[in-house]
Design a protein around this ligand. Sequence first.
Ligand SMILES: [Zn+2]
Length: 602
Amino acid sequence: MRRSRQHRLARHRPRWVPLLDDHESITLAKVAMTAALGIAFAALPAVGAGAAAKVPLPAGDSSATNKTSPADTAIVAAAGAGVATAAPAPRPAGESSATSQTSPADRAAALLRQQQALATPKAQSATPQAQSAAVSPAVVTIGFDDARETQANAGAILANYGFAGTFYLISGGGGSTFGLDNPGFLTQAQAHTLASEGHEIGGHTRSHPQLTTLATAGQTTEICGGRQDLINDGLGTPVSFAYPYGSYDTSAMGVARSCGYTSARSVDNGLDAIPPAVPMAVNAFESVTSAPNRYVSVSDLQAWVQSAENSSNQKWANLYWHDVVDAQHPGWGEDGLGNAAPGYEQSVADFQTFLGWLQGEVSAGRVKVETAGQAMASAPTPPPAIQPYGAIGGLWNAKGGSASFLGAPLNNEYDVAGLAGARMEDFAGGKIYWSPGTGAHEVHGAILGKYLEWGGPAGYGLPVTDETTTPDGVGRFNHFDGGRSIYWTPGTGAHTVYGAIRAKWQGLGWERSTLGYPATDEGDGLAGARYNHFQAGSIYWSPSIGAHEVHGAIRDTWAALGWEHGALGLPTSDEFAITGGRQSDFQGGHITWTPTGGAVVH
Ligand SMILES: [Zn+2]
């Protein structure tokens, strides 16, 4: 019945009928919405070192976009004949010799200590109190909803008692016939007087809609538009919001938070904590009313406050009123349509009786009267949802934090799948891996792509360097444990090179050798052989023969005969000098080369 009456009144918009903030309208599952909103909280970028300078990408960074030059294409195409799809090499067992200096458990404990430090109110650590006397005072917030015209008087009464209230104003913006400067509502001048008396100006939308009937865009117009109206009216920068009818959903919670409100008051029953478990759905007691079936007496109010005094952790009592009026006021006892109806009023005498009692509670140290904004501001700041820490956080900060190429953290660090004791964290621009044996190193860009293609940590080992510029200044590389590397250049892209082939290449002088950079990943050759092609040669390996390089005209000739599939088989030597020329030996013969005679198969 109450709902239908309310709807009827809303259609007629009588000038003095309260806009019932009805706590019984709430049937929403706060926990479910909190979980949903938690996703949005987690998605917020973490606060990094604010002074961190932006770190530009190195000139040769592997995340740079590049196209393969025609010359390089020819090399890769020529090499491609023998390229089979490479399977990741099996990971050697037992390569982690972990001497744990910072175990995951230690790091978790360190994080907990960090969070506890952040959660400790400064006042407590700065001013030790005798535990025997330690019952922290309840916090009582005196709220007023709807910008009703009677509230100018209520604000003056509050000020006489030295109390500051929170006035949740309907802004009346956007052509609304409810709210400031409309008949029956406070004028802007009166709202300014309330602010000058020390009261907090909070928001209560533009036109007091049932927010759950609106899509997000409409909620934004009402919630954020109403807040902007108050700002434009010179009424400060509101941080406290109350939902009309106490009615909200996940979308409204997100909207209220997005436009700068630090709390949003519901009309869910009862006390709340400071900070509240759900700042965008703060609990409150029901509106003070004279309605016969919902009459809130002074002793009811006292009992609510005392319940906060007696609670160990639910110390915040949000009380709110609509009208504080004498019986002669229009609207008292009628609904504006000439019908007898309960009002949302308290008499001036009862209001003063309650405030006088409350003053005694304040004097006794059992109560602090704070505005909603003060109560929220006094709450300890929760730690950021995502804050890189430990060795991973140290490297991220050293690289420049969120402003660096690594960007914002996407999650908190977590266990590396398949590698006991190793930890990793994902960032917008790369990943950082850590283990006791390898330390923390980042991988990003095209090298990261190749690394993941080859199975990441479990398939290709943990990084033992960050991405590093090659000595010739052209390429970039990461080394990984187990003698593995990934090399990248703008012309060749990123390629794996590891094991005996990498050792051979290293022995020749890495990328500054005759061979240049890897032009393929390591791939399968004939009968268990393995190979990498490079920009200017190849290295072939088999278990019985080992690794040997072959290049130049000798390689061209060998390739023309079918590589290791031809009669010569695999190389059994590197290219070496002979009188007047060069030679490579193969399983089935050798190839010599002279400047005058060229390459000859023997
Ligand atoms: Zn309201």
